[in-house]
Design a protein around this ligand. Structure first.
Ligand code: LMR
Length: 397
């Protein structure tokens, strides 16, 4: 067996991050992996998180096992964050190993309960989605999402596919800050999607890794909360890596809104898949998130910090757009300001992406995804010069 090991084609995002770190050049700019950096180019330690830590939140004494589903207070705090005021009776929340762990637990749950269900994901989507759901043994299919012609959301294409699906099909959705394109449906488009989902009896699975990075904490959860108002069952994977800047702590949650379910049994089925996967979640990061969310002063402070991150992303989009519009007035870079969150779909070709990396030390994911959160005052000119150079003479993005 060990003589015949297949080679691992490095992950397009994590592999690129390693290549970036190994690049010896002084001038290198990471617009690849989805990590929010501040104006100084550093991963921030949020003041709200630091305050909770200083006040003693997190691991102080002996380290024992958390319950398989995570602690009660953490689960309550997450439920309020994701669902707002919604009636708790129909919702089960469990702590998971970040957003990826939530997707995996949800995928294992679906495989156990409905082994033949297909998961329909947007085209394109986060590179790891197909691997997670396919790896759990579920059939992976795609529905149209990004319209290359308009650079916007392909509502007609998405609806045409969803309206043909058999009841019980799972539909993967990004409630905000679509990864990798940054293209989000409008509220009217969400209504049309949720109408089709309701009519066909489909099961939405929301991947919410950026709650608060598009419009605001509550606004970004709108589609999830609308499902609850409509009585539509759904799953939600939450990640707190980005919005609490706790990447290494692996903090997240899987929530299931299931009006028809026996909640104790549903919790039991989720615990079953987690127990046989990683048994129970890590404690430290979740204790910090729980403390910040549960303390009104820290919660308000955190929301303010999140607003600041969101505003910075927007400013960087506007400034890069301005510089590129000036450098190449014949090309349309409007996608930068029209899209939301950390990512933009640049539409650049592989040869242009390669040139950005080799000639300018500017790293973008090979798909053309550009992480706006890596831009700052100090590197904006260099990035716009590099982009203008590789775009000059091309049929623009
Ligand atoms: C990303 O999309 O860059 C992040 O979610 C990091 C990852 O794990 O891929």
């Amino acid at each position: 067996m060990f003589d015949r090991l297949p080679a691992y084609a490095e992950d397009p995002i994590l592999g690129l991050f390693e290549a970036f770190k190994a690049d010896p050049r002084d001038r290198k700019i990471n617009l690849g992996i989805g990590i929010y950096c501040d104006e100084e180019g550093c991963v921030p330690v949020l003041a709200s998180v630091r305050a909770a830590q200083a006040a003693g939140a997190g691991l102080q004494g002996p380290s024992t096992y958390l319950p398989t589903e995570g602690g009660e207070a953490y689960r309550r705090a997450v439920r309020e964050l994701v669902f707002g005021e919604a009636d708790a009776a129909d919702i089960v929340v469990v702590q998971t190993v970040a957003g990826t762990g939530a997707l995996k637990a949800g995928a294992d749950l679906l495989k156990a309960l409905q082994p033949d269900a297909a998961v329909w994901m947007p085209d394109p989507t986060w590179a790891n989605h197909a691997a997670i759901f396919g790896g759990a043994g579920l059939r992976v299919e795609r529905y149209p999402y990004y319209d290359k012609a308009t650079g916007g959301f392909d509502l007609a294409g998405a609806l045409a596919t969803l309206r043909k699906l058999p009841a019980g099909s799972v539909v993967l959705l990004h409630p905000c800050c679509h990864n990798p394109t940054g293209v989000d449906p409008s509220q009217a488009e969400w209504h049309a999607l949720l109408d089709a989902i309701g009519e066909r009896g489909l099961l939405p699975f929301f991947d919410m890794a950026y709650q608060g990075f598009a419009q605001g904490v509550d606004e970004d959860a709108w589609a999830v909360r609308e499902c609850v108002l409509r009585g539509v069952a759904c799953l939600v994977a939450s990640s707190f890596s980005k919005i609490f800047s706790l990447y290494g702590e692996r903090v997240g949650a899987l929530s299931v809104h299931a009006p028809a379910a026996d909640k104790a049994r549903l919790l039991g089925q989720i615990k079953r898949v987690i127990r046989r996967s990683y048994s129970c979640p890590p404690a430290q990061g979740a204790a910090l998130v729980e403390a910040v969310l549960s303390n009104p002063a820290w919660n308000a402070q955190w929301r303010g910090e999140l607003d600041g991150m969101r505003r910075r992303l927007r400013t960087m989009r506007i400034r890069l757009h301005g510089l590129l519009a000036e450098a190449l007035p014949q090309k349309d870079f409007g996608f930068l300001t029209a899209q939301n969150g950390m990512f933009s779909h640049s539409g650049l070709r592989p040869s242009q992406i390669e040139a950005l990396r080799t000639r300018f030390g500017v790293y973008l994911v090979a798909s053309g995804r550009l992480c706006v959160a890596g831009l700052n005052d100090a590197n904006l000119d260099h990035v716009s010069t590099a982009l203008a150079e590789v775009c000059a003479g091309e049929v623009g993005p």
